[in-house]
Design a protein around this ligand. Structure first.
Ligand SMILES: Nc1ncnc2c1ncn2[C@@H]1O[C@H](COP(=O)(O)OP(=O)(O)O)[C@@H](O)[C@H]1O
Ligand SMILES: CC(=O)N[C@@H](CCC(=O)OP(=O)(O)O)C(=O)O
Length: 283
């Protein structure tokens, strides 16, 4: 499966965001772990950023704490922050590290807080033109990539939870798509790959499931105000990456086994790809 594009991507950094909704069953998680190790063995430098939104919501429900999103971002009170940090770094990250490390001593789990890898400021949000308080939600303003680069140089696979330390000393909850995008930019990644639970960005969702296969940053920017919650941070993340020079940002269906290796190695076209400009498209 991997032969056609192997040479082209050897040495390239690929940031893969594994969404909580794509972690639907144990077999898919195991396949994902195998795929990431295959990328490493093929000479790429994979970095995993994981989500865990549904897993956080499930624990909040059990604890009788409110689950609320505004503009695709979780309203994060201090209690919710504790739960999110616990689920992301204590459960989801540990599980992925364990699955990858069945194949060898590759994965190193980190939170964005570690070694000041990601620094955030409080994120403002607006709904229908009105400001809304979404609490301890951050936006990444600085990435210290040194620790990640050192791990990549050692042949490790960083597995990063979307939590960051704020410039004000608070701990912030970061949407995992936006965290992945910031890391892809800072690491000068060749690709940003988002694995989710739909085939890509649908045009005119929920009325149709026709996938938009290809978008330039300009085209996406025009589309952004029309998008609904789940896709909003994801496509904002793709836009930021493309604007900062990441050559391809993909949204792929993580429910399909080997989604990443099919796209990267076998050049099977699926999902949505966002490119900086038209002439750079096509793969
Ligand atoms: N235009 C669209 N195309 C595809 N999915 C959309 C669109 N608008 C909203 N969605 C919703 O976004 C969801 C994916 O986002 P999200 O639930 O945050 O996933 P993840 O956990 O992978 O980040 C889809 O399951 C779908 O319900
Ligand atoms: C601020 C914000 O919304 N943070 C997200 C972080 C996890 C995440 O993004 O997970 P998915 O990729 O699985 O949705 C949350 O609390 O759900």
């Amino acid at each position: 499966m991997r032969a056609p594009r192997l040479q082209e991507f050897r040495g390239s950094t690929v940031v893969i965001k594994f969404g909580g909704n794509a972690m639907v069953d144990d077999e898919l998680k195991r396949t994902f772990a195998r795929d990431v190790v295959e990328l490493l063995r093929a000479g790429l430098r994979p970095v995993v950023v994981h989500g865990g939104g549904p897993q956080i919501s499930a624990l909040l429900d059990r604890l009788d704490l409110e689950v609320r999103f505004e503009a695709g971002l979780r309203v994060t009170t201090p209690e919710v922050m504790d739960v999110a940090r616990m689920v992301l770094t204590g459960r989801v990250q540990r599980e992925l590290v364990g699955l990858i490390n069945r194949h060898g001593p590759f994965a190193v789990g980190m939170s964005g807080e570690d070694a000041h890898t990601m620094t955030a400021v409080r994120r403002a949000a607006w709904v229908d033109g009105e400001p809304v308080d979404i609490g301890l939600v951050g936006d990444i303003v600085d990435v210290n990539a040194d620790t990640l680069t050192a791990l990549l140089d050692q042949g490790r696979i960083p597995v990063i939870s979307p939590i960051a330390r704020g410039t004000d000393g608070q701990v912030y909850n970061i949407n995992a798509d936006l965290a992945a995008s910031a890391l892809a930019v800072a690491l000068d990644a060749e690709k940003l790959v988002m694995l989710t639970d739909v085939e890509g960005l649908y045009a005119n969702w929920p009325h149709s499931t026709e996938v938009i296969e290809h978008l330039t940053a300009d085209e996406l920017e025009k589309l952004l105000p029309e998008l609904a919650s789940g896709m909003l941070p994801k496509m904002e993340a793709c836009l930021r990456a493309a604007r900062a020079g990441v050559r391809m940002a993909h949204v792929l269906d993580g429910r399909v086994p080997h989604a990443v290796s099919r796209r990267v190695f076998a050049d099977v076209r699926h999902g949505t790809v966002v490119v900086p400009e038209r002439e750079q498209g096509g793969s």
